[in-house]
Write a protein that binds this ligand. Structure first.
Ligand SMILES: CC(=O)SCCNC(=O)CCNC(=O)[C@H](O)C(C)(C)COP(=O)(O)OP(=O)(O)OC[C@H]1O[C@@H](n2cnc3c(N)ncnc32)[C@H](O)[C@@H]1OP(=O)(O)O
Ligand SMILES: O=C(O)CCC(=O)C(=O)O
Length: 376
């Protein structure tokens, strides 16, 4: 398998925090940054220092942690924003500018070339301060392709080390992302970053398609949090990089702890069926599935739970079969006879159909009843 040449810039602490109603404390940001660094991510976007003085303090505190990851801060193409970022001691300043005619019309009401060249002076200003500079074309996916390439080339000539293609409103699908990335890469002399939103549910697919098409820096958020429907989910992108991109350098065993930490700090519980980090991502109830998994887990598990430090669980319910009952009962110390299995299975289905979750307590109760002849 070819290994993709990529790095991750996780933007949970900036774009993730733009989720309506979410605000991380400095301590929460530091704890999350520590976990992101522990996984081995190359870049952590710590925040947007121009937002407030406490945001600036939090980014400073992350910079002082001495992490291996490079710390990045977002900035508008404005001197005061760049100064606020530089003052934090970041390694990278990400200067963004809206480039679509739609955005430029409403935000500037001036000719796009004029707006672009003003922003380029800001790219140069950041570059002159000795930090890595990333230039982000906001709403790149709805930007005139000719003007987009011009913006990237100008940014590079003014000192940008990286340029970002942002699907700000999540309007593209993978084939369109591939076409855009394949057009940009040969025309721009610095690595391309990809920043995707999930408005149509394509953020992770778009990000990984961009990686497979040659994009270098992939932007993610933990649990996929972020503006509106969120961003590409870190945990999904990392597992895809491992399973499809031949990249094994990240410590995926920290993903669950990270997911729980972010969910708690954001006040946003993770959906049970969320890929990789959902409570049911490695759980099974269906009888046909469990019967086969007991022979070979690969039958119904493409992602191995151990890859992300998890264990498989079997949950008994309406859809369970005899193999599952026998196995789960045995794991709890009950060696059931065939007639006992029949009774327990019927009882499990009856309770489940009455919308009663078959928790481990209830299962113990049912198994005891089976043993004590309560089934008669
Ligand atoms: C796609 C993205 O995620 S981009 C990041 C979006 N994130 C956020 O907006 C969260 C943080 N934002 C904030 O805390 C505030 O909006 C601040 C501190 C940045 C600015 O606040 P305010 O000065 O009150 O301005 P306000 O938010 O109302 O309007 C934004 C201004 O920035 C301008 N602006 C927007 N993008 C850029 C840019 N890339 N470069 C320069 N100026 C910009 C707008 O045109 C508008 O200017 P105006 O005040 O002259 O009309
Ligand atoms: O340019 C960037 O890195 C960020 C822009 C962004 O958040 C977006 O367009 O959604």
């Amino acid at each position: 398998m070819n290994m993709w040449n990529v790095e991750i810039c996780d933007v949970t602490l900036r774009d993730g925090e733009q989720t309506p109603g979410v605000s991380f404390t400095c301590e929460e940001k530091m704890e999350i940054a520590g976990l992101l660094d522990g996984i081995g991510l190359e870049v952590i976007e710590g925040g947007f220092p121009a937002v407030s003085s406490s945001e600036q303090e939090a980014v400073k505190a992350i910079c002082r942690m001495g992490l291996d990851a490079r710390i990045c801060a977002l900035s508008r193409a404005k001197k005061e924003d760049i100064d606020a970022a530089l003052d934090c001691g970041v390694d990278m300043v990400s200067v963004f500018l809206p480039t679509s005619d739609l955005h430029i019309r409403h935000k500037y009401a001036r000719p796009r070339d004029e707006v672009l060249m003003e922003a380029m002076a800001m790219v140069e200003y950041a570059h002159d301060h000795g930090v890595e500079v990333r230039f982000g074309a906001e709403d790149a996916s709805r930007t005139d392709p000719f003007f987009l390439l011009r913006a990237y080339r100008e940014a590079v000539s003014h000192g940008a080390d990286l340029v970002t293609f942002t699907d700000t409103v999540g309007c593209l699908m993978p084939v369109e992302i591939r076409a855009a990335v394949e057009e940009i890469i040969p025309s721009v002399s610095v690595p391309l970053c990809i920043h995707c939103h999930d408005d149509m549910g394509c953020a992770t697919a778009n990000t990984i398609t961009a990686a497979a098409s040659g994009a270098f820096q992939l932007h993610t958020t933990v649990n996929g949090i972020g503006e509106r429907a969120g961003n590409a989910a870190l945990e999904e992108v990392l597992v895809l990089l491992s399973m499809k991109g031949g990249i094994s350098r990240y410590d995926l065993s920290l993903l669950h702890k990270l997911s729980e930490t972010v969910a708690k700090a954001a006040g946003m519980p993770v959906a049970r069926n969320k890929a990789i980090v959902g409570a049911h991502a490695f759980s099974h109830e269906s009888g046909i599935h469990i019967a086969a998994i007991l022979k070979d887990p690969e039958t119904y598990e493409y992602v191995k739970p151990a890859l992300v430090g998890c264990e498989r669980t079997f949950i008994l319910g309406k859809h369970t079969g005899r193999h599952a009952v026998r196995h789960v009962a045995a794991s709890l110390g009950y060696d059931l006879a065939e007639d006992e299995i029949t009774w327990v299975l019927a009882e499990v289905k009856r309770r489940s159909e009455a919308k009663c979750a078959v928790t481990s307590e209830l299962l113990h109760e049912i198994l005891c009843a089976a043993r004590e002849g309560g089934r008669q």
